[in-house]
Design a protein around this ligand. Structure first.
Ligand SMILES: [Zn+2]
Length: 150
């Protein structure tokens, strides 16, 4: 199955890089090798590969185009990908296009923010948190994650 790609601007040198939705390790700039923001889309076909098999913890943003509160958290979620480049991946899941993933996670309200580490969901919050609260929740959840399997 082809792995989709996204474009990330290097926070260090500004170079536009193509980053794969799934990869071993994490993406670095082709010019200066800085850690790149890893912000990708995931859906029913590639959720396992993009999220569950990720070497980095993943913040999963389940959203939909018609959802107002989703638009409030989206900029913060996308900024977190830049702020946590090299340490965290961000995957956006459009609930309308990923009914199986939504059903499997029993998503009943959006935005739903899930943190995945080592292939398992380790935390979830539903609804639009204020930016600072969202950052704190993400940091607390990720730092409580069990360390990677040997
Ligand atoms: Zn660079």
């Amino acid at each position: 199955m082809a792995v989709s790609t996204a474009i990330a601007n290097c926070p260090s040198c500004g170079r536009r890089n193509r980053v794969p939705a799934a990869a071993r390790g994490h993406p670095r700039c082709s010019v200066c090798h800085a850690d790149l923001p890893w912000l990708v889309d995931a859906g029913d076909d590639d959720f396992t590969e993009v999220v569950e098999r990720s070497a980095l913890p993943v913040l999963v943003d389940v959203w939909a185009p018609w959802c107002g509160p989703c638009r409030m958290v989206a900029p913060v979620v996308e900024q977190l990908a830049t702020e946590r480049a090299g340490r965290m991946k961000v995957a956006k899941v459009n609930a309308d296009l990923a009914p199986a993933t939504s059903a499997r996670h029993r998503i009943t309200g959006i935005p739903a923010l899930l943190v995945y580490a080592n292939g398992r969901e380790i935390g979830r919050t539903v609804g639009a948190l204020p930016p600072e609260q969202l950052r704190q929740w993400v940091d607390a959840t990720v730092s409580a994650a069990p360390s990677a399997r040997p």
